[in-house]
Write a protein that binds this ligand. Structure first.
Ligand SMILES: Cc1ncc(COP(=O)(O)O)c(C=O)c1O
Length: 387
C-alpha cells in the first residue's frame, strides 16, 4: 500500500505544477538559444523570456520594464536593499521590522557593519507593524523602509498600503518582501505604493531558484554584480531561461486562480485552527483574521513543536516547526519572540501551511492524528504534570 503524504509545508516550498513543468520542458533541449544571441533560435527564446516578463508584470499590475528576473526571494531582497545603500554617497538610515525573514534582517545587519544604521520596529502580539511607528522612526537620513507583506512563520499580513503612503509622503524608498503573498492574495504595486517588491516562484508552484524584483520606473540602485547587460545590468549573467518561463506560467496560473483558491484555503485553514485549538492548551500565533489564507501556526503548550513535528512526520504529515533552534542554540525564532511568546510557548509552535492540492480529507486526517500525538507527548512532559 502506498503510504500517505499530507504535505502542509507550502510556506517552505511547493511542488511544480504540471502545466508549469510542461511549459519549461522545451527550453532545456529544443529552445536552448541564448536570449542575447541575434540568430533566430536566440531571438525566439528572447521573445519567450519577454512574454514571461509580461505575465509577471500583469500579475502585479506593473509594467514589464519594471520587472527584473533574479534567483529568488533572497536575491531580490539583496538587490533592493544593498543596491539602494550602494547607490548612496554616504551611510544612512534604514527602517525595517523585527519579524522580517533573514533574507532582509541579515542584509540589514550587514549594512550596519558597513556604517548604515537600522531601526528594527517592534510588532504587536499579533505580529502587526503599526504604520504610526514607521512614521515616527523616519529621520532626515532615512533612505529605505523594508516591511514584509506577510510573515512566513505566523502568516500575519502587514498594512503595506498604509506604510507605503507614509514612505511616499516622505519621499523615502519602500521595499516589501512579498514572497509569501504573491500567488496567494491579489497584489497591485501601484495600490501598495511600493518602489520594490520581491517574489519567488517556488512559493506558488513554480520552480526553485527563480524569482523577480519589481523596481518602479525611475528608481536607481547600484547593481550587486558586474558582468553582462542582462536584466538591464541590474542582474547580469545569462538568464535561467527554463526558470523564467516556469515563473511566468506559474504566476499567471496562480493569480488567475486566487479568488477560488483563497476562499478554499481560508475555509480549510479555519477548520484546522478550530480543530487544533479544540485539543486544549493550544494557542494560535499570528493575527486571527489578517493572515495568509493557508497559514496555521499554533503552539501546543507543555511540549516541543519539534517532537510534534517528528510524530506527525511518522504519520505522513509534513509541517514545520516554528521553534527551530538555529545553529544548536535554544533561542526560539525571532518572530515568536517578537510577538512576546515566552520560551516554552514558542518552543511548542508548529506551522501548517496549506496550498494547492490540500483537501478537506487532509484536514480530517491531521485532526485525527494530532490529538493522540499531543496526548502522548504531554503524558511524558514534566511541565504538563507540574502545571
Ligand atoms: C518571506 C520570505 N522572504 C524570503 C524568502 C527567501 O526566498 P528564496 O528561498 O526564494 O530565496 C522566503 C523563503 O522562505 C520567505 O518566506
Amino acid at each position: 500500500m502506498k503510504s500517505r503524504l499530507v504535505y502542509m509545508d507550502h510556506g517552505a516550498t511547493t511542488p511544480v505544477r504540471k502545466e508549469v513543468f510542461d511549459a519549461m520542458i522545451p527550453f532545456f533541449q529544443e529552445q536552448y538559444g541564448n536570449p542575447s544571441s541575434l540568430h533566430t533560435p536566440g531571438r525566439k527564446v528572447r521573445q519567450a523570456v519577454e512574454e514571461a516578463r509580461e505575465k509577471t508584470a500583469r500579475a502585479l499590475g506593473a509594467g514589464a520594464e519594471d520587472i527584473y528576473f533574479t534567483a529568488g526571494g533572497t536575491e531580490s531582497n539583496n538587490i533592493a536593499l544593498r543596491g539602494a545603500a550602494k547607490e548612496r554617497a554616504k551611510p544612512g538610515h534604514i527602517i525595517t521590522s523585527s519579524v522580517e525573514h533573514h533574507a532582509v534582517l541579515d542584509v540589514c545587519q550587514d549594512l550596519e557593519r558597513e556604517g548604515h544604521w537600522v531601526t528594527y520596529l517592534p510588532v504587536d502580539q499579533d505580529g502587526l507593524v503599526d504604520p504610526e511607528t514607521v512614521k515616527e522612526a523616519i529621520t532626515g537620513d532615512t533612505f529605505i523602509i523594508s516591511i514584509m507583506a506577510a510573515n512566513n512563520e505566523i502568516g500575519t499580513l502587514q498594512p503595506i498600503r498604509e506604510i507605503g503612503s507614509v514612505a511616499r509622503d516622505c519621499g523615502i524608498l519602500f521595499h516589501t518582501d512579498a514572497v509569501q503573498v504573491v500567488g496567494q492574495l491579489p497584489v497591485d504595486v501601484n495600490d501598495l505604493n511600493v518602489d520594490f517588491l520581491s517574489l519567488a516562484a517556488h512559493k506558488f508552484n513554480g520552480p526553485k531558484g527563480i524569482g523577480a524584483l519589481y523596481m518602479k520606473k525611475g528608481v536607481k540602485v547600484d547593481p550587486l554584480y558586474r558582468g553582462g547587460s542582462q536584466e538591464r545590468k541590474l542582474r547580469p549573467g545569462t538568464e535561467n531561461v527554463p526558470g523564467v518561463i516556469g515563473l511566468g506560467r506559474a504566476v499567471e496560473l496562480a493569480v488567475s486562480e486566487i479568488p477560488g483558491k483563497q476562499k478554499k484555503l481560508e475555509y480549510l485553514r479555519d477548520r484546522l485552527i478550530e480543530g487544533l485549538i479544540g485539543i486544549g492548551d493550544v494557542v494560535l500565533n499570528g493575527h486571527p483574521q489578517k493572515r495568509l489564507p493557508g497559514n496555521v501556526n499554533v503552539s501546543f503548550k507543555y511540549i516541543e513543536g519539534e517532537s510534534v513535528l517528528l510524530s506527525l512526520d511518522m504519520e505522513g504529515i509534513a509541517a514545520s516547526s516554528g521553534s527551530a533552534c538555529s545553529s544548536g542554540s535554544l533561542e526560539p525564532s525571532h518572530v515568536l519572540s517578537a510577538i512576546g511568546l515566552d520560551h516554552p510557548t514558542a518552543h511548542g509552535s508548529v506551522r501548517f501551511s496549506l496550498g494547492f492540492g490540500n483537501s478537506e480529507e487532509d484536514i480530517d486526517y491531521v485532526l485525527e492524528k494530532a490529538p493522540p500525538i499531543v496526548e502522548r507527548l504531554r503524558s511524558m512532559s514534566p511541565t504538563y504534570h507540574a502545571r
